[in-house]
Write a protein that binds this ligand. Sequence first.
Ligand SMILES: Nc1nc2c(ncn2[C@@H]2O[C@H](COP(=O)(O)OP(=O)(O)OP(=O)(O)O)[C@@H](O)[C@H]2O)c(=O)[nH]1
Ligand SMILES: [Mg+2]
Length: 452
Amino acid sequence: MTNSETIVALATPSGVGAIAVIRVSGSETFSIVNKLFRGKNLEKQASHTIHFGTIRDGEMIVDEVLVSLFKAPASYTREDTIEISCHGSDFIIQKILKLIIKEGARLANAGEFTQRAFLNGQLDLAQAEAVADLIASDSEASHQTAINQIRGGFSKQIAQLREQLINFASLIELELDFGEEDVEFADRDDLRQLIFKIQMVLIPLIESFELGNVIKNGVPTVIIGKPNAGKSTLLNRLLNEEKAIVSDIAGTTRDVIEDELFIGGIRFRLIDTAGLRKATDTIEAIGVERTKQQMEKASLIVYLFDASEIQLSDIETQLADFNAPYLLVGNKVDKLSLDKKAEFDAAYSDIIWISASENKNIEFLKDTLVRKVKTKEVKLGDTVVTNLRHYQHLSQTNEALNNVLEGLSQSITGDFLAQDIRFALHHLGEITGQITTDDLLANIFSKFCIGK
Ligand SMILES: Nc1nc2c(ncn2[C@@H]2O[C@H](COP(=O)(O)OP(=O)(O)OP(=O)(O)O)[C@@H](O)[C@H]2O)c(=O)[nH]1
Ligand SMILES: [Mg+2]
């Protein structure tokens, strides 16, 4: 551990709470807190112990507190760390922070504790970024993917494969040193095998990004259909709330209405829209235009129709416009004749029949929504790439490796191979943080909150 400045920050949200936690980390941590703490001599206590006492400003008692001690390297930052649990009043928190700063610590920057954890080798970069995701996670799925990454995730695998690739790179660089002589230290077949092996890891990760993104940001799911199909009724039913106005007047919804809903641990961003038809006035025309825009951005389309009102051919024309996975949902089964239903079923075997107003088959619709998102056969327990930066570097690595493979098949010279391998190594290293720049680190850690 380098002799780092001692930093301090409130680790819990500011505002009134039962308890607040103030975190101090760095080489002077124990001597600083010890000066303010009345109870035991903290410098003489063992790591991973908790002590009761008071924090004093001179003779004035500021608060009764519990201090948790973590001695380097057995702490999150791998530095000496103390966490002070005090009462959650703004006055007490500010007072204690000021006292600690007066004794020589400084206020931590955003993400600085985690940055130190990274710099001291506690976490690699992908894991550190997952810490930010974990704090931000608000669904079972996003929580699961973040935890997986913090606990190693794909970083370890990538670091290992990168090691092996470095070995090849150095053998090829060695060949270059021999210049004119026709030597091959790096077995080309072995190199090809290694690249296949790396790609077997890379490609599923790259493909998981789409799902990862969905887990993090929600699945934009747009409900579309003709006026009066019951779109707003369905939205309200799914949300269990009277969010949108429902009426039997065609063209009730004119703007886009959006809300979030968790189903099966996945966040859906449900979007109700104006019915698709030839608009009768300018406002409705704008609404219909917006529906079309939503449709283009959607990851999932719920096409809702009232089978007693439309023709089979209407569905056919509509489907041609979809460029995302869709569900065909027939509403108002309560008033549908069996003949009509059979006619539609014969044409499309996967229609989900519901009644939005009478709450029929809504659970099945929800299950189907979840299944649709999970069709990529990616289980939520698997490692999923949720970070755009990782995704970009993984893709660039893969591209560089493809170039190496192509080079091998054309028997190109070692210097070109070496160059593509170096590209691949570079991008792999950027993911785990083995290659970093100050800008990159500043950018990543500044997105954290202070105290993390
Ligand atoms: N019988 C029956 N009526 C329904 C059902 N679902 C909705 N309705 C009725 O259909 C009418 C239109 O419902 P909305 O939810 O406003 O339809 P919409 O698709 O949002 O219509 P626009 O906003 O005009 O595009 C209302 O009178 C609803 O009560 C259903 O399952 N069965
Ligand atoms: Mg509506």
